[in-house]
Design a protein around this ligand. Sequence first.
Ligand code: PHE
Length: 443
Amino acid sequence: MSRGREQWGSKFGFIMAAAGSAVGLGNIWRFPYLTGVSGGGIFVVLYLILVAAIGMPIMLAEMAIGRGGGLNAVGSFRKLKGGLWPMVGWAGVVAGFVILSFYGVVAGWTVAYMFKSFGPLMSMAAAGGAAEAFQTFTNDYVQVIAYQGAFMLATIWIVYNGVGGGIERYCKVMMPSLYIILAILMVRSLTLEGAMKGVEFYLKPDISKLTARTVMGALGQAFFSLSIGMGCMITYGSYLSDRESLPSSVFIVTVMNVAVAILVGFVIFPAVFAFNMEPSSGPGLIFVTLPAVFARMPMGSLFSFLFFTLLFFAAVTSSVSLLEVCVAYMKDEFRWDRGRAAWIIGLACFLLGIPSALSLGDHFPRVFGMDFLGAMDFLSSNVLLPLGGIFISVFAGWSWFEGARQEVRRGGALPKPLETFWVLACRILAPIAVAWVFVGNFR
Ligand code: PHE
């Protein structure tokens, strides 16, 4: 079945695609707003620890499963072990579907803000009305859904064009440009008067803000931002040749991913504090604070347009990976062709996303005290991904251990102590720590 399977054109292409998947709205939209509501520095520290101790080992396990199995998330588990294991992959496909549904909505806001950069948004923001502008926008259902639809079309189009000719090709261009603009924006933000208060909020951990919620939030963020726990890296790993080293790929992708999150914090928080805004305003944070910042700088419209364009790049290189998980599943398991799978699943995701699109408006009912979008986000990041992560690490650490270790060594191994750490992380640390935080979350 895996004969004639699509492959990445080069290691660089694979890294850009995997980093493209990791770097996304999670880093630029979700990370700053969670940091803002979770008390700043302490959240950042927890996030970094969890990425290194749990996230990287799981990502390595996923890539090993994917390359070893050579199939989609479900098929790889079936081929390597069978039994109940394919259900882990199946839960991942469902998680991918759920994430993509609300991801398309937030990405749609991003596309809208690209164009709004040249409209009345800037003058409203300059007069202190950015929050109001965002509120008006999220109440305009037609606009919100239209932009969500446009974004989903772009995602479908890229996936339809395949692994090398679609995903890899676009990621190779979009990813590098993202870093350049982020650096420019960071310099601008840090040189604002009053910026240092923001840096302090961002970097100085305040232990008194440490709660079980903060830990769970940071864990969910580690999973979400690394694209792990749902078979995305399994799917991408299945397109990778045996010659490449998995550990070095994991290392590069993680560093690229963390770098973006950290840089974005240095763009947002100095600006938030410099203009006396609230860091804890929630999911609207970047859509409210950044326009206010751009409105006060020379050529602000242009910078705003660039920022939201790059955010769109970051989002689309992630959304394609979410769709690809589902498409690879339908392709391998049900012999659908790529085009059919991309269109049907993409459209279904768009429909499932509509309640999320409406849910930030003033009149939409709330679910479990959250807006619908927030509930979908919680379900995937704080429930499905951590659960997936537990099973993936147990699979690699125990059930398929010899196979996983061989796969990790193929194409360039880890230094011995790091390999031992990886084994320990998969066997004990990740399953126990994640389960512990997870249970604490519901108490
Ligand atoms: N990592 C992506 C982001 O940060 C989201 C994502 C999650 C993509 C899970 C794929 C799988 O935006």
